[in-house]
Structures are given as structure tokens and as C-alpha cells.
Ligand binder design. Structure first.
Ligand SMILES: Cc1ncc(COP(=O)(O)O)c(C=O)c1O
Length: 412
């Protein structure tokens, strides 16, 4: 029986930065009967999603779909392109970059972890988790690598643990400026379909993403968009791989199938999500997230609380990290908000645990659901005794009312 303590009336406010709220249209698509994954109907679905997803990554190259979470797609990117003992240059933007770095070590790679150190007033003596990738640091490091030992540069496009984005085109330019042959591997697990992303144009070799953020699906499938150079590297890469090996999957994908049982019902939802996103137009999708983020930040600014991202030019359109005053346990505030208002916020991760919380503005949301989140957070902060400069709700309302969203034409 449903435990009503966990399921009060109305909809739960799932405002974590993924899994994001799933549109009813996708839930309905997933409720269709499961079909034979070797039958003709599945082949047609497979071809459709494999073609459609390329438009979301802005690529003409293969996009491999795994029945795995984003972590699996990280492993796939590394294990298909690299060999034991290979040097890789990774960049410490936050907790997820740190986890990817740990994975590289476990796989037998030799990662170097670049970080930008600045005098950080909130988290002393730590590499900043408050800024995006500084491409000039990557360029300088690659220039020093005269023997060209570094085989790949790995960066996170939208660091979900902090709410900071990074300029991937600038990283590509830095690699080229250094005249370095390293592959470029990019995690846009929480950026894809929220923030502008261009796999081909930015010269990315492997783009990693997942289903449960901008694509608005539940967790369970993930992606590698793969460049011709990455495919070439896979021919000689020696890290062990089987489930994640691109070659067999790409071969069977030619007819819309997989070497194993794919996630049939999630692929129904993926097909629907691609239609929704392309129907809206990707530029509109990106503008929508930018607008949502600005509306939510208007409240945080009014509260007078610092935002985890210290550089306004790289604020994430996907989530906003809010730093708590010293002495306030952000996890206790989140728990209170969950218990009182049925609203889930993202926790501070890694070294930010208890120091901040994350407000997600992605998935099946709108101005009023975001205002509900802002209200729940404001009530919770006040109940927790956090001193606020002023009410933030008015700031958000003014922003949303004063900046109407672009309309989708339904004429004709
Ligand atoms: C940027 C980023 N990378 C990697 C991951 C790990 O993905 P998953 O939890 O789907 O395995 C996440 C999950 O939130 C993420 O946000």
C-alpha cells in the first residue's frame, strides 16, 4: 500500500537537478506495451531514435545509446578510446568532474587533475568549485607536453554539483592552439537539451550524456556521440570493454537493433522527447532554461544569499547552487523543506555537503512551478532561522511577469 506520509495530496515538487520532472506525454509513451526487441516494430523505433538524437547533439556522427546511467557512458567514453597507463588531462569543476577522475584512476589511466585556485571567501584553501573551465590553463599544460603523452582532455560542460557551465568551444580552441593531438571528451549529462551544445561544430570527440536531465526521461539510458577520430582511436585502444564496446553496437544499430536487450519503453519516451524538443526548437529550449534560471536567481539575489557560481557569465541555466551562511546546515534546511512542503532540492555534494543546496530549473516545469519552488525554499529558510535580506518571491514574480516567454506558434 502507498505510504501516505510520502505521498501527500498534489504533486511532489521534484526540484533536484535531475532526474527532472517527466512530462505526462513521456509517461504515457512509456506505458505502451513492451514489444519484441528483435521484431520489425522495434527496428523502426531504433532507427528513428538513433537518427533523431543526432539532432539534439548537433552531430552527423553516430550516437551510441546504452541501457545504463551516465556513469556507464563515462566509462564507455574512456574505455573505447584509451589504453592502460594513458595520460589524460581532466579539469576539476566540481563533484562530478572528481568522480570521473576517480573512475579514470580505477580504470588504470593516469589522470592529471587541473584546477583553478582562487581566494575563495566561502570555502577557504580549496580549488574553486565556483568557476568554469579556464581554457588557458589547458592550453598552457598541453604546450608543456612536448612528447604528446596526454591522450585526452576531459571536461564537464554543465557541472551539476555547482551550477557552473564551461565554454567547450574555448577548450577546443585551446587544444588546437597548443597544436596538441589529444582527444576532447565532454560530459554534458546535465547540459544536453538545456544549454546550447554542438558536438560537431565544437570538434568534440566523445560527448557523454544521460536521459534524466534535459531530455526529461527517467534515468536509465545514456549516450556517447562519437567523432571519426574517436572511432579511429577505438581500433587500437586497449582498455577492456565488452558491454560498452562501440563497434558491436554501432554495427547492429545500422538496422535499428542492439546486441542486447535495449530499454524498450524508455526508447518510446526518447522518441517522444525528441519530437517535443525539436517541435519547440532547440534555440527556444535553451532560451527557456536561461529565462527560468534568471527568474530563480532573482529570488536568490533578493534573499542576499551567495550563489555557488562566482562568475555570472557562466551561471548554469539548469540549476542554481545556494550557499548557506556559516553555521547553517544546508541538509537540515533541505530536510525541513521536504517534510513541510513536499519539495525536493539537490544536496551539496562532495566537499559542498551541508554547505549549499541546489535548485533545479529543468524538465517539465513552468513559471508557476518554479515560483512554487521559490516559495517553498523561502518558507523553509525562514523556518530554519536563516536571515534573508528581503523576500525573494516578489523578485521572481517580477522577473517572470516582466519577461514573457517566447510563444510557440500553433497557427495553421
Ligand atoms: C555532470 C554529471 N556527470 C555524471 C553524472 C552521473 O550520472 P548518473 O548518475 O546518471 O550515473 C551526473 C549525475 O547527476 C552528472 O550530473
Amino acid at each position: 500500500m502507498l505510504n501516505l506520509d510520502f505521498h501527500p495530496t498534489g504533486r511532489h515538487f521534484l526540484q533536484i537537478p535531475g532526474p527532472s520532472p517527466v512530462p505526462d506525454r513521456l509517461l504515457r509513451a512509456m506505458s505502451l506495451p513492451t514489444i519484441d526487441h528483435r521484431g520489425p516494430e522495434f527496428g523502426a523505433l531504433g532507427l528513428e531514435v538513433l537518427q533523431g538524437i543526432k539532432k539534439i547533439f548537433k552531430t552527423e556522427q553516430p550516437v551510441v545509446i546504452f541501457p545504463a546511467t551516465g556513469t556507464g557512458a563515462w566509462e564507455a567514453a574512456l574505455s573505447n578510446t584509451l589504453s592502460p597507463g594513458d595520460h589524460v588531462l581532466m579539469y576539476e569543476t566540481g563533484h562530478f568532474a572528481t568522480l570521473w577522475n576517480k573512475m579514470a584512476i580505477r580504470l588504470g589511466l593516469v589522470p592529471e587533475f587541473l584546477a583553478y585556485q582562487d581566494a575563495d571567501e566561502h570555502i577557504p584553501n580549496a580549488p574553486s568549485w565556483r568557476r568554469g573551465v579556464q581554457a588557458d590553463l589547458i592550453e598552457a599544460r598541453l604546450r608543456k607536453d612536448v612528447e604528446k603523452k596526454i591522450r585526452a582532455v576531459c571536461v564537464v560542460h554543465n557541472e551539476t554539483s555547482t551550477g557552473v557551465t564551461s565554454d567547450i568551444a574555448a577548450v577546443r580552441k585551446a587544444i588546437d592552439a597548443a597544436g596538441h593531438p589529444a582527444l576532447l571528451l565532454v560530459d554534458t549529462i546535465s547540459g544536453l537539451a538545456c544549454v546550447d551544445y554542438r558536438h560537431d561544430q565544437w570538434g568534440v570527440d566523445v560527448t557523454i550524456s544521460g536521459s534524466q536531465k534535459g531530455l526529461m526521461l527517467p534515468p536509465g539510458i545514456s549516450f556517447n556521440a562519437v567523432s571519426p577520430r574517436a572511432l579511429e582511436a577505438a581500433k587500437t585502444a586497449k582498455l577492456p570493454r565488452s558491454f560498452f564496446a562501440w563497434d558491436e553496437i554501432i554495427e547492429m544499430n545500422a538496422n535499428g537493433y542492439w546486441p542486447y536487450t535495449p530499454n524498450t519503453n524508455l526508447l518510446y519516451a526518447l522518441s517522444e522527447a525528441i519530437d517535443m524538443l525539436l517541435g519547440e526548437g532547440l534555440d527556444r529550449v535553451f532560451a527557456r532554461h536561461l529565462r527560468w534560471a534568471a527568474g530563480v536567481r532573482a529570488a536568490v539575489d533578493a534573499w542576499g544569499l551567495p550563489i555557488q557560481c562566482a562568475d555570472a557569465s557562466v551561471y548554469s541555466p539548469v540549476l542554481t547552487g545556494v550557499i548557506m551562511p556559516t553555521g547553517v546546515d544546508a541538509d537540515a534546511v533541505r530536510r525541513l523543506i521536504y517534510e513541510r512542503f513536499d519539495l525536493s532540492l539537490g544536496a551539496g555534494l562532495g566537499k559542498l555537503k551541508g554547505r549549499m543546496f541546489r535548485m533545479g530549473h529543468l524538465g517539465d516545469s513552468n513559471d508557476l512551478t518554479l515560483l512554487a519552488m521559490v516559495s517553498g525554499v523561502e518558507m523553509g529558510l525562514k523556518l530554519a532561522g536563516v536571515k534573508l535580506a528581503k523576500s525573494g518571491i516578489q523578485g521572481s514574480m517580477d522577473y517572470f511577469a516582466g519577461n514573457p516567454a517566447a510563444k510557440i506558434s500553433t497557427a495553421g
